[in-house]
Design a protein around this ligand. Structure first.
Ligand code: GDP
Length: 424
């Protein structure tokens, strides 16, 4: 049984919490794209954590956590995060790293930082983890695979090829110091020794596990609208965030997928630059930001205040379509409990024309949200565990979303903890 768990919007939909919840019945959890730019918040008996690179099955002793070939693998970030998690749990987590995953190098991080600086006011709001330079290099075919770390000569030659270009950019475009491979190779080799026990052919392991009927979760990072091909390019990320890519990034056949759980947030939030049609400013925005998430809407990776807005069903329906959602997990519904009436964007008005279709990025700048207003429930719903115990206004809100998107809402998350969950 393979379930893909992905986001419908801009990220921060609560995928970490949902993966942690589902992982109790899983044998394997796989990260298939992105790197340590993720920030999946998990609150459980061990405390509160923001997972960046580690899969969200890490808190279960019996779950094998895999970093697949599609991941941007930063060795030092991995070691630091794993040490931190291990110091908070009372068992040794099971982890496997694909020998085909590529290594995110220190010069990718520098490039990311310098490029944002160069762009100035036009910067993307990158997490500065080196992700865009990493994937650019991968597709340029000068990247370094984990398997290259086994051979000092191959590694050194590949680094030479790669940093030749970087140093020209550093010196001439960015006016920064050039880099010398001897400054970072010793640390890379030291780190490699530490991670060596985790490296293997994860593709074989996963495909053998599929044959023996294991329960597998493929865990996406960010959301559908951050997909570079179908999202709000260039305010996207640099690897595909779609369920369709998960089999590529994990190295398994597409035919084996059973379900695609798409996580939809009950309102909108977004980190970084780019058009955001239902964005709220002033007091209304501050109020929602303050009440959102588990302790306000602040980036789990960056700590930056998140931009917030009302639920955008035009964007969400498009996101669910891109993901091929077979079921929806609706999260953070408890956050809306303070509202008398809840605005929901059901259409965009672009240059006097109404549309329900999510347009290209340039058109989004002119899009005005057209709202329907649903009645609020005005009471705390976070302790409710049965769907029928929810106030009728909350059920109407949920069913309105379900009807609009036309996909079953199977899970409702009404609080940040593992136990805050309702099966519909
Ligand atoms: P992810 O990257 O998709 O895993 O999402 P983030 O962790 O970046 O952001 C989701 C935020 O919402 C975190 O602060 C979570 O602790 C919190 N959260 C998740 N589900 C719920 C929920 O149902 N209710 C509330 N109040 N907070 C939630």
């Amino acid at each position: 049984m393979i379930n893909i768990l992905v986001g419908s919007n801009w990220g921060d939909e609560g995928k970490g919490k949902m993966t942690d919840y589902f992982a109790k019945n899983a044998d394997i959890v796989v990260r298939f794209q992105g790197g340590n730019n993720a920030g999946h918040t998990i609150i459980n008996k061990y405390g509160k954590f923001a997972l960046h690179l580690l899969p969200s099955g890490i808190f279960y002793e019996n779950v094998v956590n895999i970093l697949g070939p599609g991941v941007a693998f930063n060795l030092s970030a991995f070691i630091e995060e794993l040490d931190y998690i291990k110091s908070n749990i009372n068992f040794t987590p099971k982890i496997l790293i694909s020998d085909r995953a590529q290594v995110l190098m220190p010069y990718h991080v520098l490039l990311d930082v310098y490029e944002e600086e160069r762009l100035g006011k036009k910067q993307f709001g990158s997490t500065k983890s080196g992700i865009a330079p990493f994937y650019s290099e991968k597709y340029q075919k000068t990247g370094i695979q984990v398997s290259d770390l086994y051979d000092d000569k191959i590694l050194s030659e590949k680094i030479d090829t790669s940093i030749e270009i970087k140093n020209i950019l550093f010196a001439n475009l960015y006016k920064k110091p050039t880099i010398d491979k001897n400054e970072f190779i010793p640390e890379l080799i030291e780190n490699f020794k530490k991670i060596k026990p985790y490296i293997c052919n994860t593709t074989k392991f996963l495909n053998d596990s599929i044959k023996s009927g294991k329960n597998i979760i493929l865990e996406g990072q960010l959301g559908a609208l951050r997909d570079p091909d179908n999202g709000i390019y260039p305010f996207s990320t640099s690897s595909s965030t779609l369920a369709g890519f998960s089999t590529v990034g994990a190295g398994i056949p597409i035919k084996k997928i059973n379900t695609i759980t798409t996580v939809v947030k009950s309102y909108s939030s977004c980190v970084g630059a780019g058009p955001f049609v239902t964005e709220l400013f002033g007091e209304e925005g501050n109020e929602l930001r303050k009440r959102g998430g588990d302790n306000g809407e602040y980036g789990a990776k960056t700590g930056r205040p998140r931009r917030v807005g009302w639920l955008d069903l035009v964007a969400t329906k498009y996101g669910c379509l891109l993901q091929g959602a077979t079921e929806i997990a609706l999260t953070l519904i408890d956050v809306l409990s303070y509202l008398e009436k809840i605005p929901v964007c059901c259409e965009y008005k672009i240059d006097e024309e109404l549309t329900k279709d999510f347009p290209v990025t340039n058109k989004l700048y002119n899009a005005k949200p057209v709202y329907k207003y649903l009645k609020g429930w005005k009471c705390d719903i976070s302790n409710i565990r049965e769907y029928n115990d929810l106030p009728k206004e909350a059920k109407t809100y949920i069913e309105f979303i379900e009807k609009f998107i036309d996909i079953d809402i199977k899970w409702i998350s009404n609080g940040p903890k593992r136990e805050n969950i309702i099966m519909k």
